[in-house]
Design a binder for this molecule. Structure first.
Ligand SMILES: Nc1nc2c(ncn2[C@@H]2O[C@H](COP(=O)(O)OP(=O)(O)OP(=O)(O)O)[C@@H](O)[C@H]2O)c(=O)[nH]1
Length: 320
């Protein structure tokens, strides 16, 4: 090493800058023992470099997955090539708290961490430098953007009054169900449901009571459905239910069960208790259906027959 005073001064400056840079630096040997770390790590861990020196990284940070990180550190030394660990992969490798006021939404610091081999003068590699970047701002912004997108996506598919799927998502699900049927046949049922004489409920008790009835009916319909079933509000007081892998007998059983439960609903109005009934039209997809509209209109015919037959009933119409 040069003993030129100017070189020594530059080295001192360099060391001072690395010591105080707003990035964490940890040097480890091939036994994962700490050789040094800078003030960024001191401040966030609360452990001074002199105390950390010689200790295993995994003793000081027991929450770090040692098997996983050791393998990465070994690879850096063996292959002499850097490895990057992004916050999306491991959000909080070091258990540091977030201290930035602007990102008060995050309790823990999100980090990107680079593992860099340190090459000795003779070309050998025995040490690794972990470079820790605080990326809390970026991570919090990205996560809140994805949360907002998830919320928007949910709203665009959901009926605000009943929280059921809306008409737009129903069209997609129906088309998918019909495609599945075309490719693999099987039994898939489509149910159309319509509350009986709903106009009278609105006219007698007012729209807000009508809304409560819609919400209560929607709740019964979705609580009776399986996870793989689809319950949507088709519009007004009409609902559509897609029952995959269900034949018309199974669909009839479902409809009769929820029909009886819906007849038990009691909504309190100003001076009355409001009850409603519902009619169901059921059909299975059949091979003569040209498209999903043929299937839909058969269920609609079944619903019409249920209304014609006196309402508060379920009717199946079979395809040819
Ligand atoms: N409260 C409330 N009413 C709605 C909503 N959407 C549609 N409606 C009402 O639903 C009623 C539907 O009435 P109709 O189509 O005549 O049918 P119905 O009275 O149910 O008679 P049937 O279907 O023949 O048994 C209308 O009065 C609409 O105003 C809504 O979001 N909230």
């Amino acid at each position: 090493m040069s003993s030129n005073p100017e070189d020594i001064m530059e080295l001192h400056w360099l060391f001072d800058m690395l010591q105080h840079i707003d990035v964490g630096l940890v040097v480890l040997n091939d036994k994962y023992e700490i050789k040094l770390w800078n003030s960024f790590i001191e401040n966030h861990s609360g452990v001074s470099s002199s105390i950390a020196k010689g200790q295993s990284l995994f003793d000081i940070f027991p929450t770090i997955n040692s098997n996983w990180l050791q393998q990465k550190l070994d690879n850096v030394i063996a292959l002499r090539t850097p490895i990057f660990i992004s916050w999306e992969q491991r959000p909080h490798l070091f258990p540091f708290k977030s201290y930035r006021p602007i990102t008060g939404m995050a309790e823990k610091m999100y980090q990107n961490v680079a593992l860099r081999p340190i090459t000795n003068a003779d070309g050998t590699v025995k040490y690794v430098c972990m470079v820790v970047y605080d990326v809390t701002d970026v991570a919090v912004n990205k996560e809140s953007l994805s949360n907002a997108n998830r919320k928007l996506d949910y709203l665009s598919k959901t009926d605000p009054l009943t929280s059921l799927h809306n008409r737009g998502s129903l069209d997609k699900v129906l088309n998918n169900a019909f495609e599945v049927f075309k490719q693999s046949n099987g039994s898939h049922a489509l149910v159309m449901a319509d509350i009986d004489h709903f106009k009278q409920v609105n006219d007698r008790y007012g729209h807000p009571v009508g809304d409560q009835v819609l919400q209560a009916v929607a709740k019964v319909l979705s609580s009776g459905a399986r996870k793989t079933d689809f319950v949507g509000r088709y519009g007004g007081e009409e609902f559509v239910i897609v029952l995959p892998n269900t034949d018309s007998a199974g669909a009839l059983f479902f409809c009769e069960t929820v029909r009886k439960k819906i007849a038990e609903i009691k909504i309190k109005a100003a001076d009355a208790i409001v009850s409603v009934t519902i009619s169901f039209g059921i059909s299975e997809a059949c091979s003569s259906d040209k498209d999903v509209h043929d299937w839909l209109s058969r269920s609609d015919d079944a619903l019409y027959k249920a209304k014609e037959g006196g309402r508060n009933r379920s009717v199946v119409v079979s395809g040819i």
